[in-house]
Design a protein around this ligand. Structure first.
Ligand code: 5GP
Ligand code: ZN
Length: 134
């Protein structure tokens, strides 16, 4: 538990939240500023600032939890789709430095914006990136 981490306090139940699911390792809550009806957050109870700090085992379990809750939200709310969003670093839009996965139910013609302008993959970028993985 990190002092002053709001999601640590929520995950452990020190601060009340609208909880959809809880087990030993995770709490799933409704986002206080929802992008859409049913917008939820998966919080690990053990603090990790972001994906890079998250233990592999927690990362694996988080996606299983995401899959289950996503299905319940989509079915229960009759959503037409659902985005998983996971921000790391301020440049990527992370505002709370405790790892979390957003579950954002999507409805036909809603105004939620998780799109980007497609660019073009240059040969130079492609070579540089492929080299990193050789
Ligand atoms: P981020 O921008 O870090 O990916 O997402 C943080 C999310 O946490 C935002 O969607 C914001 O609305 C939500 N949030 C921030 N503080 C609280 C809080 O105290 N309670 C709940 N339920 N959600 C919060
Ligand atoms: Zn925390």
């Amino acid at each position: 538990m990190e002092e002053n981490c709001i999601f640590c306090k929520i995950a452990r139940g020190d601060i009340p939240s609208a909880t959809l699911y809880e087990d030993e390792e995770f709490r799933v809550i409704l986002d206080l500023g929802p992008a859409s009806k049913g917008h939820a957050l998966i919080l690990p109870k053990k603090h990790a600032a972001n994906l890079f700090e998250l233990p592999d085992e927690t990362a694996a379990k988080a996606l299983v939890v995401a899959k289950r809750i996503a299905g319940q939200l989509k079915g229960g709310l009759h959503a037409d789709g659902l985005n998983l969003v996971q921000n790391n670093g301020a440049a990527a839009g992370q505002t709370v430095e405790h790892f979390h996965i957003h579950l954002i139910p999507r409805y036909q013609d809603d105004t939620v914006n998780v799109k980007w302008q497609p660019g073009e993959l240059s040969d130079a970028d492609k070579e540089e990136i492929l080299k990193l993985f050789r």
